[in-house]
Design a protein around this ligand. Structure first.
Ligand code: FAD
Length: 438
């Protein structure tokens, strides 16, 4: 008898966990991704700030599945679905399926201002992280060569848009680079003079956290030298400044380094699935699936992770976080295993195991059930949990050793400018200051 062919689109947290849950099941799995690696996005900000290298947080998908014989990995860009013929459409071909799991994730949302992306890059892929690292380090280099204090100040101003966990982690990590890692490395500037501004439109950062943790988190960031601007909205971004509006006041901040950590929207594959099946999408483009995560009317098509709109027990949409994608991946894998044996499965139920974000060295915020923590204990929990979920023993060991070394030395081993400026602003060519004669 021919085995059922399950196609999974996306090798992120959802797709990988679905494929792993099908280990030893009498099915054939094809996992398609446009990248050849699974990426641990929660630690991307550490690549963007030179703490870790890309290979520390990314694992080749082929290596992850080399011992799982029923999984075949394909590198390819999925463009749509032909549900009548049960085919996944690729840029350069098609793959037939009996069952389809779509786990294509999400991307950043510029709220109708997509052209801002060239001056305010997002943080979603390895390439994004390396681009941010290039911009940040280049800004310090340009400041060192700046001919006057005004120019220098603009180069030393870093604006992060979005005060959710990613923005907060970026701001804290940047403050550590400026205050600790680059100390004594420049001769004209003091990197600690850098202004790091975290902009958030609601009235507090970390909006999904307990307000007390948000307040304490903001205070911890301020102590580290980050300026937290709440109730401020970005109205314009250009190569040389960012315009912020707060109430009736407008402020133009001269800067060359703006980083985007604000809105999120679902992968365009949600729209492709809606066109193919007629399924409804929510405002963020996420697919409104049933309680077993299948598409209404199609019991052989499932959507999981950031691309799925699902509700918790209170009727609120589940957040776009790794835990949701992991649990949904495992659930659908189990559901399909049971289905092969003709058994039914209960609807998906999310178990919230807690939220955590690192603010800086020895400081994190953690909320698990009714437990609220900020400080050293939370920080220990943060790194233990992140190491546990990182894919591959080798990566866990390397990251642990790297964190231990950096903890004692304050160093950042990957402060490298490795790319050319391809699509940023024209960097003004600055006259070199004459060397100071002693
Ligand atoms: C910077 C950052 C920090 C984060 N920090 C945290 C955190 O601290 N804690 C937390 O819980 N969550 C965090 N998240 C969110 C978490 O990473 C996501 O919720 C999770 O990755 C969602 O898993 P997923 O499988 O749905 O999608 P993803 O992990 O994004 O995987 C989607 C996969 O689909 C592939 N793909 C997309 N489109 C196509 C296509 N057309 N063809 C082929 N392949 C395609 C992509 O290459 C990718 O591999 C963070 C996210 C980011 C960006």
């Amino acid at each position: 008898m021919n085995q059922q062919h399950i196609v999974i689109v996306g090798g992120g947290f959802g797709g990988v966990n679905a494929a792993q849950a099908l280990k030893n099941a009498p099915v054939q799995v094809t996992l398609i991704d446009r990248r050849n690696h699974h990426l641990f996005q929660p630690l991307l900000y550490q690549v963007a700030t030179g703490h870790l290298s890309p290979a520390d947080i990314a694992s080749p998908l082929r290596r992850l599945f080399k011992r799982q014989q029923n999984v075949r990995v394909l590198l390819g860009e999925v463009t749509g679905f032909d549900v009548a013929k049960q085919k996944v459409l690729l840029q350069d071909g098609a793959v037939p399926y009996d069952t389809l799991i779509v786990a294509a994730g999400a991307s950043y949302h510029y709220f109708g201002n997509d052209y801002w992306q060239q001056w305010a890059p997002p943080l979603k892929s390895v390439e994004d992280a390396l681009e941010i690292r290039r911009r940040v380090l280049s800004a310090f280099e340009m400041a060192e060569r700046a001919p006057d204090p005004e120019t220098r100040r603009a180069w030393l101003t870093f604006v992060i848009i979005g005060g959710g966990p990613t923005g907060v982690e970026m701001a804290g990590a940047l403050a550590e680079v400026a205050h600790k890692a680059l100390r004594h490395e420049f001769r004209t500037i003091n990197p600690a003079d850098a202004r790091i501004i975290l902009v958030q439109s609601p009235d507090h950062i970390l909006p999904t956290y307990d307000p007390v943790l948000s307040q304490k988190g903001a205070a911890a960031l301020e102590q580290m030298g980050v300026t937290v601007w709440t109730q401020a909205r970005v109205t314009a971004v250009s190569p040389t400044n960012v315009t912020l509006k707060s109430g009736d006041a407008t402020e133009v901040v001269p800067t060359h380094t703006v980083l985007w950590a604000a809105g999120v929207k679902a992968s365009p594959l949600g729209q492709a699935l809606a066109r193919a099946t007629g399924v409804a999408l929510d405002r963020g483009g996420r697919v409104q699936v049933q309680q077993d995560l299948s598409v209404p009317g199609y019991d052989n098509i499932f959507v999981i992770g950031d691309l799925a709109h699902t509700l918790n027990d209170d009727g609120q949409p589940l957040p776009g976080v790794a835990q949701v994608a992991i649990q949904q991946g495992k659930y659908v894998g189990q559901l399909l295993r049971h289905r092969v044996r003709g058994r039914a499965v209960r609807p998906f139920r999310y178990q919230n195991r807690g939220d955590m974000a690192q603010i800086g060295r020895q400081t994190a915020v953690v909320q698990i059930g009714s437990l609220r923590l900020i400080g050293v204990l939370a920080w220990h929990l943060w790194w233990i949990v992140h190491l546990m979920y990182l894919a591959g023993f080798q990566n866990r060991l390397i990251v642990f050793l790297q964190w231990t070394w950096s903890y004692f030395t304050h160093s950042r081993p990957a402060l490298l400018i490795t790319q050319r400026d391809e699509h940023q602003q024209e960097v003004p060519s600055l006259p070199l200051e004459p060397m100071v004669q002693s």
